[in-house]
Design a protein around this ligand. Structure first.
Ligand code: ZN
Ligand code: ZN
Length: 328
């Protein structure tokens, strides 16, 4: 199965946790946390539609200025999701610059504060010197905080001595195109396949698209192409959890949010030898990360945010995580 999401741990397991997710077939990407992002290209940053901030500690949030600098002339808005209080933090960053020459810039930053029962949204436009709008509240329907035909992001408010969001990115379902049938029917591969997937996700089954064939273009109904070419399967699921303590309440919330993960990105800040310290600082040990990976039945687990004190003991961190995951 060709994946729809291509996820990359931008700084590897040892430094600021940042996960960049490219949506294949679409020129868009998502970013989970935004600390150091020097390893992302300008092209990658320009493709970011939404940033999901777990919490505003510096190692998760300092890259926002960098993103803004790159996308300042962009027409597409930027969505930023974060925990309670994130809007004031973003607005403070925006207010720290002078915006007297951006009157004709189209960029709009939409900030969404995710709380247990509602989402408070504000927007700020470059053309208006990033003066923020008044907050508008919308009630939360279940765990979902962002949704469109191509993906959904669910979030839960966890505890890190402050609200800290855990995220799950889900594909509604996965569309597999039968390549052999394309050839049999005389169709020629091309961008129409991406268009077809988009229309299926958007449930526009009665629309028509132009399909290049060996005898010229044909206008074919989406539903007909769906029946001819498409096999659907369960969509991808990617989890992102960092800077949390292994408290009963956090574990309960993670269990409710996540299950059957294809990939789980999870912090493994300490070894179990410092479990007490981990609990006090509201971080996870590698053992706790492994137990959570077992709990959410993660097929692949990617540890991240490993404390600098263990940078020469990575094998131990990995070993502890894997052993705990198997033992769950
Ligand atoms: Zn951190
Ligand atoms: Zn933190």
């Amino acid at each position: 199965m060709r994946p729809s999401f291509l996820a990359r741990l931008v700084n590897g397991p040892l430094f600021d946790p940042v996960v960049f997710v490219r949506l294949l077939n679409r020129n868009t990407s998502l970013l989970f946390d935004c600390g150091r992002i020097g390893n992302l290209s300008n092209r990658e940053i320009l493709s970011i539609d939404s940033i999901f901030i777990s919490h505003p500690h510096m190692d998760h949030f300092m890259g926002f200025d960098h993103v803004l600098r790159i996308i300042l002339h962009r027409e597409r808005p930027l969505n930023l999701y974060g925990p309670d209080g994130i809007a004031d933090k973003v607005i403070s960053k925006l207010n720290s610059y002078t915006w007297n020459l951006t009157g004709d810039y189209p960029l709009e930053v939409m900030i969404h504060e995710v709380r247990d029962h509602d989402i408070l949204s504000r927007s700020a436009r470059a053309g208006d010197a990033f003066r923020p709008s008044m907050p508008a509240s919308s009630p939360r329907r279940g765990a979902t905080i962002a949704m469109n035909p191509f993906y959904r992001v669910d979030a839960s408010v966890l505890d890190h001595h402050m609200p800290c969001l855990g995220f799950v990115l889900k594909e509604p379902f996965h569309i597999n195109i039968n390549a052999a049938r394309i050839a049999e029917l005389g169709y020629t591969r091309g961008p129409w396949i991406g268009e077809l997937k988009g229309l299926i996700f958007a449930e526009c089954m009665d629309d028509y698209i132009d399909v290049p064939t060996i005898t010229g273009n044909r206008r074919i109904k989406v539903h007909e192409l769906f029946m001819e070419l498409v096999i659907t399967s369960a969509g991808q699921k990617i989890g992102y959890f960092t800077d949390i303590r292994a408290s009963g309440d956090n574990l309960k919330r993670i269990r409710e949010l996540a299950g059957n993960m294809d990939i789980l990105f999870i912090e493994a800040y300490y070894l179990a030898e410092r479990e007490q310290q981990a609990h006090e600082k509201a971080h996870l040990t590698a053992r706790e990360a492994g137990l959570i990976a077992g709990m959410v039945r993660a097929r692949k687990v990617v540890p991240m945010h490993i404390s600098p004190r263990y940078h020469d003991r990575i094998d131990e961190v990995m070993g502890e995580l894997i052993a705990a995951r198997i033992s769950y």
